[in-house]
Design a protein around this ligand. Sequence first.
Ligand code: 7PM
Length: 358
Amino acid sequence: MATRTLLRPTGFVDSPFGHDGKVARLAGGLNWFAAVELLTIEGQRRVASELIAVAEVESRLDDQLARQWQALTAARPPLQLGERTVRLDQPQVMGILNVTPDSFSDGGRFSGSHDAAIAGADMTAAGAAIIDVGGESTRPGSSPVWEGDEIDRVVPVIRQLAGGGAAISIDTRKGEVARVAVGAGARLVNDVSALTYDPRLADVTAAAGVPIVLMHHQGDPQTMQDNPRYGDVLVEVYLWLEERIAAAEAAGIARERILVDPGFGFGKSVAHNLELMNGLAIFHSLGCPLVLGASRKRTIGALSNEAPADQRLGGSIALALKAVEQGAHIVRVHDVPETAQALRVWRGLRDQALTPRT
Ligand code: 7PM
């Protein structure tokens, strides 16, 4: 069977000063690394692993690896979301705004679009660059929502928030919902199906010229948590996202407008989620901005004596920090003020390390 090699950056260092040629900058962000794990894969599994110093990387690159190395270390241009520009050289917060009657964390809190719009404005004031408005719960075990209902839920909220300080993302798997949402002012599509649910979503996204988040999942929301299985979760999610990027490009979506997300909790066991978090930086060699959403998810409960969803703030912040330490560009969270504060402190630490001594 044919083999190929994947690159996973590791050996993160505080600062690049005095280490010319020995360290590289991760995906245009605030993190620098000194080593790379070369993963040899056969089919969908790793068969060998070798840790090498960044200084030795050049000598090991064939054409395909050179492309991955370039993708891994290149700056990510800012996201242009309508009139708003979101810089990707520092981590950004995407606030979750569920406008579903059954959403697990906000259940029943939003009686109408007015309350939702206030919550969105609060998130913007607290530091969210993007607000992800969703009208269909994709929680494990949930059933699909009719697109007319989904549109009726999200459109009034998007209209009210579109002129505010944050860009609006539409969290949907459906082309018609995205089309109407973009008409109402949404400037990013967040698709947990990665264009596998509704073939029209790719056309709508391409025609609108808006960026899209392609998220990995295994199985349908209804059954995905029943018995998730992988031979090698990190490698399989990587190859799957690579394939979905190619599919999106083939459908006319420019590569510069594609973001990727490994889909924490979507058809994954606790062990799978933890392995993805530990290896997260591998996804930068796909060359697309990296989004991560672990906020209030079950894995946090599983590691903290089954804490319920509204008592998972500490774990959510721990995972957001773990993500940005590995160069995630956007973290999707419920608790915007608390996460924004954690990221500001993290920024302070990075800025100190990255300021030359005088
Ligand atoms: C129950 C369980 C309800 C999980 C809702 C969820 C992601 C997402 C979701 C993610 C991106 C939630 C999830 N998760 N979009 N949508 N990445 N891009 O916690 O991880 O909101 S739904």
